[in-house]
Design a binder for this molecule. Structure first.
Ligand SMILES: Nc1nc2c(ncn2[C@@H]2O[C@H](COP(=O)(O)OP(=O)(O)OP(=O)(O)O)[C@@H](O)[C@H]2O)c(=O)[nH]1
Ligand SMILES: [Mg+2]
Length: 430
């Protein structure tokens, strides 16, 4: 069998620490991203400085040192902990003859390798081209300079080869954006169809590899061993999930909710990528309740929580009710689980008792503001009656002369929807 290890590119990871408190954590994570990109870390080089050098990122002495270490390690690529300007990368490459990859490019490559569906592929390619746009190099070949005397008919008149290349890339970005819009639209229609059921929507969010997909699969399993085709992909690797999956979860007491699993976050997630993935994150934006999954066995969980909150803010998800789900408690020595403390739960997604406890908390948070109400629905609106009987928490049904009298517990959203049929509100506001 072919030894895949031999094919892995060995790289040096390097970064400038200018007293940011999370520097060590971001450097560790950079190594994980390198491994996720199927490369190997040969060495780690850091420099302490008051600020980042505007032209070469590192100070001059450090650049020489990196070149020497790279030579000794027989490494030709250096991966950097920040996003660099195009000229910083050019200067570094010119003076060392090595190749430099910044954190943004690395994350884009990992996403690119993981993208399988059309939507994810389009989202990643757009972000990649946007990253490349200011970074394509002029070739230096004078023949590449287009003649300024090309005539008025020539739209590219006076354009350098570089400008032409950029125009081609911009056109491609526009084309892909249109394609993405079309794909988003079909997905949106599917999502709206789901929303018509008026079931509450719960979204799993959080750091990559925290256990969101494993939690979803655990919840799919609560009442029955759910058929495997409803399960989502879970794996010990960064960005195993790039797409959003939504599943209906049925609880024992006849209540149900929709649960969505989606792409995870990482620190310094490239802005273009966030922008591209906004539609994927729409389910989180539309959610009635967020479950933030946190890997409590990771020493950096506080940083991860901070990054998740910041990223959610950036995509416009603010002020939603949230459960803080501290997962992988089984891997943290001395951690009792499952336990609920306010909005926090300590649990393990691979433990049935934990999942049952999580359901308890979801029910408390989700159904807390439900109200018991009776609706009288005329027989001509049979479709509405059917919808309620199928999806709402129905307590009683009577068939009267005027129509169907249904007593049920309704969400605020449902109450708005069925406002015209309300007969009486029981004093059952919990
Ligand atoms: N021991 C233990 N392992 C867990 C637990 N939850 C998840 N894992 C493992 O952690 C790894 C990542 O889990 P996923 O569910 O794929 O994580 P995710 O948050 O969906 O990650 P991305 O899709 O990459 O963002 C897998 O190998 C899981 O088996 C847990 O409670 N205990
Ligand atoms: Mg996942």
């Amino acid at each position: 069998m072919k030894d895949l290890n031999n094919n892995k590119e060995r790289v040096i990871v390097a970064g400038v620490s200018h007293l940011q408190p999370d520097f060590d954590y971001t450097m560790d994570e950079l190594s994980s991203l390198v491994i996720a990109n199927n490369m190997e870390v040969a060495d780690v080089i850091t420099q302490k400085a008051d600020s980042i050098n505007g032209s070469t990122y590192f100070g001059a002495g450090k650049v020489t040192e990196i070149a020497e270490i790279a030579n000794a390690d027989d490494v030709s690529t250096i991966v950097l902990n920040d996003e660099l300007t195009p000229s910083q990368i050019r200067n570094l490459e010119k003076s060392t003859k090595l190749s430099f990859m910044d954190r943004t490019e690395l994350i884009l490559q990992v996403f690119s390798n993981r993208a399988h569906t059309k939507q994810a592929k389009l989202q990643v390619e757009i972000a990649k081209l946007q990253y490349q746009l200011p970074r394509i190099h002029p070739s230096g070949n004078p023949l590449d300079q287009q003649s300024a005397s090309g005539g008025l008919a020539n739209r590219g008149a006076g354009e350098t080869k570089l400008e032409l290349d950029r125009r081609v890339i911009r056109k491609r970005i526009d084309y892909l954006k249109n394609q993405l819009k079309a794909v988003d639209k079909t997905i949106d229609v599917q999502s709206r169809r789901r929303n018509n059921t008026s079931l509450p929507l719960v979204s799993l969010v959080g750091y990559t590899n925290a256990g969101k997909s494993t939690t979803m699969n655990g919840l799919l399993n609560i009442n029955k061993d759910d058929s495997n085709d409803r399960k989502v992909f879970e794996k010990n690797m960064l960005f195993a999930t790039l797409d959003t999956s939504v599943r209906k979860i049925d609880l024992e007491d006849n209540t149900s909710f929709l649960l969505s699993d989606t792409v995870g976050f990482v620190s310094k997630l490239p802005h273009n990528l966030i922008e591209s993935f906004k539609t994927t994150l729409k389910e989180a934006a539309a959610a009635d309740l967020l479950i933030q999954v946190i890997d409590v066995s990771d020493e950096h969980w506080r940083n991860m929580l901070k990054v998740t909150e910041k990223t959610l803010n950036e995509v416009g998800v603010k002020g939603k009710p949230m459960i803080y789900a501290f997962n992988k408690a089984d891997l943290k020595p001395g951690q009792r689980f499952p336990t609920i403390e306010g909005d926090n739960i300590f649990y393990s997604a691979i433990d049935k008792k934990s999942i049952a406890k999580l359901v308890e908390l979801i029910k408390i948070k989700l159904f807390a503001n439900y109200q018991e109400v009776s609706l009288l629905i005329p027989y001509k609106d049979q479709k509405i009656t059917e919808g309620i009987l199928q999806n709402s928490q129905v307590l009683k049904t009577d068939y009267l002369n005027e129509g169907t009298l249904i007593t049920a517990k309704f969400s605020p959203h449902e109450l708005e929807l069925y406002h015209d049929y309300i007969q009486e509100t029981a004093n059952a506001k919990k």
